[in-house]
Ligand binder design. Structure first.
Ligand code: COM
Length: 531
């Protein structure tokens, strides 16, 4: 470890390489507390008051800062970690995607064990601990890039590895120095809510963050408490790795408050698929206690019939969702918060306190990247005098089981509630079982389609048969996430997109979601029927 990084470091005049940033960040993370010391990148010769200080350098703070700079504003971003980018590259989205990719590969190995060229994988384990170590060994590159890009390409000013204290709506104190700003943008995220039961402090209890920071043994039997996206995603990975996993959830999976527009047929395909892969899922269940002498040995819960059950395990994963870290700002600034601790903002990301904005997970669900990044940009635009509103209530959404699951717009049930005539375009079509037909199939699901057709996925488009407008798209399979970004845009255009316009688009055969070609099969029909 390189001691040239100890103490407070002013890097303003230096152009560190990626390797140097990597080394510096590693050093700071290792010596946090004892030999911490801030990393300062500050244009002291610029005498302008900051247009905004961003507290928190996660996605929201970084994208807000980039836009402020782009519009010739002056910003300062402050973060307690020695890198920008926040929890995404450190503990959250990036490891989640690594684990989900592993889950997909492992799932293929399991289903095809002893078939074709696949080796026997029936009783094989993949090491969760080893993959965590792979992530830890590699995450520094993303950290380094965030700092390098923010300084060298985006011209941001920042102070890292330092705590920011908000004094008032124009003043922030860092390391004993006070900085003045016309506005403050709060973006310090959220933290896992631990269920209010005994035993959450036992060794062997993890959430997504402590999993990557603290796991030091190979789990052999897992219980997940909670039914959030994180519960489904991490649970699918643990199970695919060969660690038998049980989910104990109050709500039915994918019916939790934070998930909306989930189509019931899609939900059943995903949740049944998790069971098919050996996961045990208790819905309507109440956790009672986590027990063990020195470390986790079992989880006690009450099932949907009120019967107390005991699940032996050596690994408990908490997936009950997160709560915004808003307490400090409520006390110091008097920002208004909602019932779940979320800072309340309008569509310009303004709080009730003039000149104070809030963004990202701090304003509550959806705790997704698009909302953090676009929220940061929205705050910046308004600060720079460009009135701009961002409505984050409707958006394309996704999660991973061993599949990539994507959806946007209305579910079939929602559409039937709101419109008189609905047509459904679906694969496999209604009335045909998944195991009867190898559809949908495309790259990523061809092997399944030919050999285990019921695993090749599911897809549905919902159409208003009167206006012919597409109302919703739902997909389980692989590789369709990109398409959903654009489907969202097409649906939101004034006038949206009709089934006939969709049929005019040019598909890339063989595409993972077949909405274009299927729409073309129905285009031109005066009265739209299901397909
Ligand atoms: C991505 C982090 S890992 S950010 O959104 O680019 O800041």
């Amino acid at each position: 470890m390189n001691h040239k990084w100890n103490g407070t470091l002013d890097v303003t005049e230096r152009h560190l390489t990626m390797a140097e940033w990597n080394d510096l960040i590693d050093y700071k993370l290792e010596h946090n507390g004892s030999d911490g010391g801030a990393v300062i990148n500050l244009h002291r010769d610029d005498t302008r008051t900051f247009d905004a200080i961003c507290i928190g350098g996660g996605a929201g703070g970084r994208f807000g800062s980039a836009y402020l700079r782009a519009r010739k504003g002056r910003q300062l971003v402050i973060d307690r970690w020695p890198f920008l980018g926040g929890s995404c590259p450190h503990q959250a989205c990036v490891p989640h995607h690594l684990f989900s990719e592993a889950a997909r590969e492992l799932d293929l190995m399991r289903w095809f064990s002893n078939k074709l060229w696949f080796p026997d994988f029936t009783d094989k384990r993949a090491s969760i601990l080893e993959l965590v170590k792979v992530f830890l060994a590699g995450r520094g590159t993303a950290h380094a890039f965030m700092n390098w890009q923010s300084k060298e390409q985006l011209d941001m000013e920042y102070i890292l590895n330092a705590s920011a204290f908000v004094v008032d709506e124009h003043t922030v104190e860092v390391g004993g120095e006070r900085f003045q700003a016309k506005n403050i943008i709060l973006g310090t995220g959220a933290t896992t809510v631990l269920p209010d039961i005994p035993g959450t402090d036992l060794k062997g209890v993890y959430d997504f963050a402590s999993l990557v920071e603290e796991l030091d043994y190979e789990p052999t039997r897992c219980v997940i408490i909670g039914g959030s996206k994180v519960a489904i995603e991490y649970g699918s990975f643990f199970q695919a790795a060969g660690c038998p996993t049980t989910i104990v959830s109050r709500s039915p999976l994918m019916k939790t408050a934070s998930l909306h527009h989930v189509d019931e047929d899609l939900r059943l395909y995903v949740v049944d698929g998790m069971r098919k892969r050996g996961m045990t899922i208790f819905e309507g269940a109440e956790p009672v206690a986590i027990q063990g002498k020195t470390r986790v040995e079992q989880v006690i819960f009450r099932d949907a019939d009120g019967v107390e059950q005991c699940l032996p395990c050596d690994f408990v994963f908490i997936g009950t969702g997160e709560r915004p870290n808003s307490e400090h700002y409520r006390e110091v600034l008097g920002v208004a918060v909602g019932g779940r601790g979320e800072i309340l903002v309008n569509k310009k990301m303004q709080t009730n306190v003039p000149n104070v904005f809030a963004i990202g997970d701090l304003i509550g669900p959806p705790m997704e990247m698009f909302k953090a990044r676009k929220g940061g940009m929205t705050a910046a635009r308004n600060i720079m005098g460009e009135p701009y509103e961002f409505d984050w209530q409707d958006y394309p959404d996704f999660l991973h089981s061993t599949y990539e699951v994507t959806w946007v717009g209305l579910s079939e049930a929602e559409a039937r509630d709101r419109y008189k005539n609905i047509a459904i375009i679906q694969m496999p079509p209604k009335g045909i079982r998944n195991d009867e037909i190898p559809l949908p199939c495309a790259e990523g699901s061809m092997l399944y389609a030919f050999m285990i057709p019921e695993l090749s996925g599911f897809q549905k488009a919902v159409v208003d048969a009167d206006s012919r407008r597409m109302l919703g798209f739902h997909h389980v399979g692989f590789g369709a996430k990109d398409a959903f970004q654009y489907l969202d845009h097409l649906m939101r255009r004034p006038g949206g997109i009709t089934v006939d316009e969709m049929g005019e688009m040019n598909e890339l055969f063989l595409n993972p979601e077949h909405f274009i070609q299927l729409s073309r099969l129905r285009a031109g029909n005066e009265s739209l029927r299901d397909l």
